[in-house]
Design a protein around this ligand. Structure first.
Ligand SMILES: *Cc1c(COP(=O)(O)O)cnc(C)c1O
Length: 405
């Protein structure tokens, strides 16, 4: 098994090591929660300061024209596109992942009658949005287990919302296989890539994905609550209409026409005035990703995972690994099951290792290669093993439940 010295030698030789300095991370913290909220890029405060005091403060309303505010959703979408293998004009940065799911499920449901389908073990927002869309449309709603998805994509299904990387276990769905099954039955797939973008290499056109949504505050370093994005393959854009037909998605917003005419292209999926401060915060994080080699990121994620999984298996077999070991079958976090998972996470936080708890019984750790090294994983696994084996997590002070876990 790798020694701490060997882990540190790997860090010294790491081709991605220069990225860590681009983040403002507290020195003594091992941050394994970048899959929930990425740390602050060092460039973000200065950019936001300029946006507030210059563009807003001095430029005022003129900044919609002169500071590139109006175009920001499309411009930032075009910077997200390469991370998806998409082309310019196929992605727009806007709204929340939840709102974007609603827009796409309602738009796609109009293409074909039939049921709306979602996964039972998915992040709940996806199923909530799908079930309410079905209710509004008067369509049947089906909640199916991830393992049964391929069979459930039947000819009487209209739209299915499927997540690529599971938020609890990091299990990765087979995008090619599910898209092929959906195509055979005429089902429109909407992929949720919240835990995939910036974490695993993606090539949506190659893999047959035509509709997708995802976050910018996880692996894209956008900032708390920063706007999400949506992707619509260009050949499908003309067939879809958003149910939130606001003026930003109008063909001529400043003609102020009473009648709605959707804009050509991806702009039709915009609704209203975009939150410029958080959108421009997201842009800094997304800019940082422009030079990143996603293949190198993914290779390092695999190596970090193996180090973590091997050390926990050796030091602390009481923890059950619930993430698939096969890299092709997972994303970029690692999860363990344990009855004391909640207290374990709280005890770890007290000792400077930040992960998170996902009910029921899952301790989850994000592996974000841009700012995490082998030495970090080596140390974090030693502390985790000590917390579990010493049973310090049983201390009542770790049992109080907070609102955000
Ligand atoms: C994080 C996450 C979301 C978040 O949706 P918001 O609307 O941004 O709160 C949605 N889906 C999945 C799968 C996620 O992991």
């Amino acid at each position: 098994m790798m020694t701490l010295q060997e882990a540190e030698a790997r860090d010294a030789a790491d081709p991605l090591k220069s990225y860590r300095a681009l983040f403002d991370l507290p020195a003594e913290l091992i941050y394994l929660d970048g899959n929930s909220l990425a740390p602050l890029p060092r460039a973000t405060p200065e950019r936001l300061q300029g946006v507030v005091s210059e563009e807003w403060g001095k430029g005022l309303v003129g900044s919609w024209n002169h500071a590139g505010w109006w175009e920001a959703p499309i411009r930032i979408g075009n910077k997200i596109a390469p991370l998806l293998g998409a082309r310019p004009g196929e992605v727009v940065a806007t709204d929340t992942t939840s709102a974007n799911l609603f827009k796409l499920v309602m738009a796609a449901a109009a293409l074909k009658p039939g049921a709306i389908l979602a996964e039972r073990d998915n992040f709940p927002t996806d199923a909530h949005i799908a079930s309410e869309a079905a209710r509004l449309l008067g369509r049947p709603f089906r909640l199916v287990d991830g393992a049964d998805l391929a069979d459930a994509l039947a000819t009487d299904v209209s739209v299915a919302i499927v997540t690529h990387v599971n938020y609890r276990t990091a299990a990765r769905a087979d995008m090619v296989k599910l898209n092929a099954a959906a195509d055979r039955s005429g089902v429109t797939m909407i992929w949720d890539l919240s835990h995939s973008i910036g974490a695993v290499p993606l090539d949506l056109p190659r893999d047959g994905t035509r509709l997708a949504v995802g976050c910018s505050y996880k692996y894209l370093n956008g900032g708390p609550g920063a706007p999400a994005w949506l992707y619509v393959a260009s050949d499908l854009q003309g067939d879809l209409r958003t149910p939130i037909a606001g003026w930003w998605g109008h063909a001529a917003p400043f003609a102020f026409e009473a009648e709605y005419r959707p804009a050509d292209g991806i702009a039709r999926f915009l609704s209203g005035t975009q939150p410029m401060l958080s959108l421009l915060s997201a842009e800094v994080g997304i800019d940082l990703m422009q030079s990143v080699d996603m293949v190198a990121v993914w290779e390092k994620s695999i190596a970090l995972f193996e180090l973590f999984a091997d050390r926990m298996a050796a030091l602390c077999p009481e923890l059950t690994l619930v993430t698939p070991r096969d890299p092709a079958k997972r994303g970029s976090h690692i999860s363990f099951q344990h009855e004391g998972a909640y207290g374990i996470i709280q005890a770890l936080i007290e000792r400077g290792v930040v992960g998170d708890y996902r009910a029921p019984g899952i301790a989850r750790f994000g592996l974000t290669p841009l700012y995490l090294g082998f030495g970090d994983i080596w140390r974090a696994s030693a502390i985790l093993a000590d917390v579990v084996r010493s049973e310090v997590w049983k201390d009542p002070r770790f049992a109080t439940s907070r609102t955000v876990t």
